[in-house]
Design a protein around this ligand. Structure first.
Ligand SMILES: O=C(O)CCC(=O)C(=O)O
Length: 192
């Protein structure tokens, strides 16, 4: 695995990328495990539409993560995800929840947003398996856009004030691409 290197963006936002966090074989095995082992759902979006992707969630018992009008209740951790969590925590952060997004083809996507809910810890570790897709970051005031092609096995950690000053998305593509699953390990802080 390549040595982790932090990229310091403006406004105290920090980004780390490790292209080979998982080997090609580990990525292929994890893709299959997740396809078969997670409880996938297509959640409602706005105006009676469905979200253009499938989602699943794993985490510590009793945890729920809410964003917009969507609610994700954690299923039990798969053993493979617990192993990854341990590896991630050796690099940076603490994680008690994993949101999984499954993009079935190039038409599936995720719109511009920030993971800035009050109950969300500031460090988000995003790991991808399957097809390569373009991930974008956009600064809220300068509108600078950073394009990051994310391939299988690549880890990206967003930290510092990233969620406060930047949004991110996963745009659709007309290129014929296969399935991709993205896992975001997060810390959901229980608010009394
Ligand atoms: O699929 C991705 O890489 C992006 C996922 C994402 O934006 C999120 O889970 O908040």
């Amino acid at each position: 695995m390549t040595e982790p290197q932090w990229l310091e963006l403006n406004d105290e936002s920090r980004l780390l990328t490790i292209p080979d966090f998982l080997s090609w074989q580990e990525s292929a095995a994890l893709l299959k495990t997740l396809q078969e082992g997670c409880r996938w759902e297509q959640k409602p979006a706005v105006f009676g539409h469905l979200q253009p992707r499938l989602t699943a969630a794993c985490g510590d018992p009793g945890l729920t993560y809410r964003y917009s009008r969507t609610q994700h209740q954690a299923d039990a951790w798969l053993p493979q995800l617990l192993e990854i969590r341990e590896r991630l925590e050796q690099i940076c952060g603490r994680y008690n929840f994993c949101l999984l997004n499954r993009y079935r083809n190039g038409q599936d996507s995720m719109g511009w947003h920030a993971d800035d809910e009050p109950e969300m810890g500031p460090v988000i570790a995003s790991l991808s398996v399957g097809a390569t897709r373009r991930f974008r970051l956009r600064h809220n005031s300068s509108r600078e856009v950073i394009n990051i092609p994310i391939s299988a096995g690549m880890l990206l950690i967003m930290a510092g004030k990233m969620q406060q000053y930047w949004q991110h998305d996963l745009p659709r593509t007309k290129v014929a691409v296969g399935e991709r699953i993205n896992l975001t390990f997060r810390e959901v802080i229980r608010i009394p």
